[in-house]
Design a binder for this molecule. Sequence first.
Ligand code: 4AD
Ligand code: MG
Length: 465
Amino acid sequence: MEQIRRTKIADVLKMKDFGTVINVKGWVRTRRGNKQVSFIALNDGSTIHNIQIVVDNNLFSEDFLKPITTGACLNVNGTLVESQGKGQTVEIQAKEIEIYGTADPNTYPLQKKGHSMEFLREIAHLRPRTNTFGAVLRIRHNMAYAIHKYFNDKGYYYLHTPIITASDCEGAGAMFQVTTLPLDNPPKTEDGVIDYGQDFFGKMASLTVSGQLEGELGAMALGAIYTFGPTFRAENSNTPRHLAEFWMIEPEIAFFDITDNMDLAEDFLKYLIRYALENCIDDLQFLNDMFDKDLIERLQSVLNSDFIRLTYTEGVKILEESGQKFEFPVYWGADLQSEHERYLVEKHFKKPVILTDYPKDIKAFYMKQNEDGKTVRAMDVLFPKIGEIIGGSQREEDFNKLVNRIQEMNIPDKDMWWYLDTRRFGSAPHAGFGLGFERLLLFVTGMGNIRDVIPFPRTPGNAEF
Ligand code: 4AD
Ligand code: MG
């Protein structure tokens, strides 16, 4: 075969120099045709769109063409021509074809169409080759890039906080333990308890649930930082919005109060949505047409609305007076469920909502305590179809108040000395939040299940691939 430099299909579709011979490589989506001519729809992942390869059956033997079936990988040299058919502007008239790899139609699971999301999860190793997952994964990449760009352009530093940790940031006790001790016969102390002194780190260690505590250390030196990394929660939540391994973005900013924090969260989310609309429109249009007819409209509507800001107390009052039947009861002090959050957003305000000043007993130890002695300066951003997309707060910067809270909540303070040093030495008002990356992607892609916006989901009972 003649050696020609490969052109990506995304670029081919923009070309106008008809008559040139180009090279494309990719996977066969479909092949159809008649005795004289075959049409191959080829996709290389660079775009949702396929390039049509037109094959004159007189140039290639039937035996050669036979294994070119859905899923096969091809290397094609051909002439770029203006397309006769509708739906595409250019196509390629094949001159030379090399089959890199065949895909036996009897065993290749991704035949033409009509697979359920559940089935595709069972073949998560192949599902990136579908239009849907191609679109989702390209959007996922674009959102990750936009997040770094947003913070970099604003002068925030990307801080790499540890994955393995000895502290439970959220205090929810939902951590995966990391150990090299033999589980069938761990060393014991004289009191008969497991001797973690002999474990790899010389103490009990786990996978982090959040990079916030170390993020605060960064903010108290660099001024404004963000983290963007995997986080882990061993909560047995089998819902369309929970993963055991998910990615979180956590900005933390010195001298921010809760209003600055809300302004940042709103601006950040709108920036990301705008970025998706400006850079991923082909993929969004596909998802809009196939899954969620209101997707693009919903994205635009969030972009054009001012988020409602109200206190938890006011929010609970609206829910109590709504006359709505909820599965979980709502009263002051209750942790809001996604049905409550979605009622406020979708039914009552029809806009994103930022709820603030939650009861201290349902929030983490580090949140700034309000003067009323009952609430803390927490903020959750609630989105249509999702519920909570961001959780954050202004932090308690007062050493004594923080220590008291740690003791009240029975948090082992011997593990907290380094965190408390930020309040011992040069303490300052500061705030931050965590955006669940996959919750963002649920919103931006319109997908219904969080397992379908991450390449290889980890959920209770599932760590395949
Ligand atoms: O509200 P969370 O638990 O807040 C924190 O971890 C804080 N330390 C963040 C901070 O202030 N720096 O989690 C933050 C966000 C949630 O709003 C949600 O979007 C997402 O992380 N999240 C999950 N996403 C997927 N699966 C789960 N199990 C999640 N738990 C939280
Ligand atoms: Mg939360």
